[in-house]
Design a protein around this ligand. Structure first.
Ligand SMILES: *Cc1c(COP(=O)(O)O)cnc(C)c1O
Length: 349
């Protein structure tokens, strides 16, 4: 099945901007840096999930769905954008959200199986409420917890005569990842127009679909560009396995030759204590991007990813003559939800 034959709902305006970052490049004494502004994907304060949702909701609508069920952490950007997209397309959204807000004091008291009290809504959760999504809170966002909760919600909706469609965490499956195969094609067109060849493309790796789409998309449309994932949870090895599995699923869906399958490269070492827990290097990256280029990164995803890119520059792994593209995947609402932690970091500097 051809990429362009896949059902697709229109949710954004494409292409997103491609910008040079001369001041950030100079600050880092490093390669020639560019940023792909997928934080500006128009819908619902933007982010990478919009590209995935175009294909996921295109598929859902083709199947006759009227209600979308998805899941994530309490400050999930994916959940927020699913809620926004559902409003835009006249669908209902049910969000299964795991765990306590890391920014709220209750986080220290939350233990597995012990449902924490609802935090004052902020960031993504605040937007979920504005969009009128049904929110089901569960203790954590592990598959063993959210899987049964989504199944239960689907059963209830079917009994009510509705037609639910389930989207996995982060929108990362062979359908969602098509959004980033299409993004690679878009980047190839922009690079050609700018007369630049990107030697490296850096992306945040969470649920993996963004990197998987780009790994396959680069193999198809960006020869000469190496895709680097920066893990924001778990180990580099676990993320590489996750992405490789999603690339294989994409290849199968598109009916492409499975050999040779492009392999994912994922860097570890920038996660810190865990998912959504900010790191000093991540805050430094956020300040550097903001103070040189006016970009707004976030502590959960893009700040850690840029800290990985900065780490590799400092190691000497990226020659100053190379062209490096950083994919800005959004996440600003998550930054707003960690305002007190950023305040504490700035006060301690
Ligand atoms: C979800 C997300 C990512 C990670 O994308 P995956 O496809 O889940 O790996 C990166 N940045 C932001 C802001 C996100 O919301």
């Amino acid at each position: 099945m051809n990429l362009l034959d896949q059902p697709r709902a229109r949710l954004g305006w494409w292409p997103t901007p491609l910008e040079e970052c001369p001041r950030l490049s100079a600050e880092l004494g490093g390669p020639h840096l560019w940023v792909k502004r997928d934080d500006l994907t128009t819908l619902g304060l933007g982010g990478n999930k919009v590209r995935k949702l175009e294909f996921l909701l295109g598929d859902a609508i083709r199947q006759g769905a009227d209600t979308i069920i998805t899941c994530g952490a309490i400050q999930s950007n994916h959940a927020r954008l699913t809620a926004a997209a559902c409003c835009h397309l006249g669908l209902r959204a049910v969000l299964v959200l795991g765990g306590a807000d890391p920014a709220s004091p209750e986080a220290g008291n939350a233990s597995r199986g012990d449902l924490p009290a609802a935090p004052a809504p902020q960031g993504n959760l605040l937007l979920d409420l504005i969009y009128g999504a049904e929110i089901i809170r569960v203790p954590d966002d592990e598959e063993v917890t959210v899987g049964p909760a989504m199944e239960e919600a689907a059963d209830r909706l079917r009994r009510q005569g509705r037609h639910p469609y389930r989207i996995p965490i982060g929108g990362s499956n062979a359908i969602g990842a098509l959004g980033y195969v299409a993004a690679a094609l878009e980047i190839a067109g922009q690079a050609q127009a700018e007369g630049v060849t990107f030697d490296h493309l850096f992306v945040t790796t969470g649920s993996g679909g963004t990197q998987a789409g780009l790994v396959l998309g680069a193999a198809l449309y960006l020869p000469g560009t190496r895709v680097h994932g920066v893990a924001i949870s778990q180990t580099a090895e676990a993320k590489a396995r996750l992405v490789d599995g999603q690339v294989a699923a994409l290849v199968a869906r598109l009916g492409l030759d499975p050999n040779p399958a492009p392999k994912a490269l994922v860097h570890g070492g920038y996660v810190g204590e865990g998912y959504a827990i900010p790191t000093p290097a991540g805050w430094e990256a956020i300040l550097a991007a903001a103070r040189t280029e006016g970009l707004v990164l976030d502590p959960v995803y893009t700040g850690k990813a840029l800290s990985g890119l900065i780490g590799l520059i400092r190691e000497g792994s990226l020659p100053p003559t190379s062209n490096v593209l950083f994919l800005h995947t959004g996440g600003a609402p998550g930054l707003m939800a960690q305002a007190d932690l950023l305040g504490a970091y700035l006060a301690g500097k």
